[in-house]
Design a protein around this ligand. Structure first.
Ligand SMILES: [Zn+2]
Length: 145
């Protein structure tokens, strides 16, 4: 005699398989209020359907948490790159004219272009002077050491 298998979708969102003749409660929450979704003639095809109906939720959860982890990692890297001394150094390099001179004005413009208001051009140059990277070459210009 052929057994009929059913795919049950529980109110808790879990899908599980059962014999129709001995419908059981949800293995996850214990509720017996699940609704029969589909009937199958074999336990094998039922097993595949159960896996398929539970899989998408699991996969999307996994993907979501992976994306969240990736985003927070990237944000941390960007944060570091933005405010870090390397970034300021890079902006100072690209503010330097063909004559090798860096002026307060060009640095201020570049910093603003990159979206920085901290440090200011004065602060960045001051730190570079202290660090022995720049030396004052005129009233408003610095050259690289
Ligand atoms: Zn349940």
């Amino acid at each position: 005699m052929d057994e009929v298998w059913i795919l049950v979708k529980c109110i808790c969102g879990n899908s599980f398989g059962s014999r129709r003749s001995s419908f059981s409660s949800c293995p996850r929450c214990g509720s017996s209020k699940g609704k029969t979704q589909t009937e199958f003639q074999s336990s094998e095809s039922l097993a595949g359907a159960v896996a398929a109906s539970n899989l998408p939720a699991q996969i999307s959860q996994e993907v979501e948490s992976r994306i969240a982890a990736e985003e927070s990692r990237r944000a941390a890297v960007e944060e570091k790159a933005r405010g870090g001394p390397e970034a300021i150094r890079r902006i100072m390099r690209q503010s330097t004219g063909d004559d090798g001179m860096l002026t307060l004005e060009t640095l201020a413009v570049e910093l603003e272009k990159e979206g920085y208001d901290d440090p200011s051009a004065e602060q960045a140059i001051g730190q570079a002077e202290l660090g022995g990277i720049l030396v004052r070459a005129g009233p408003d210009s610095w050259s690289w050491l």
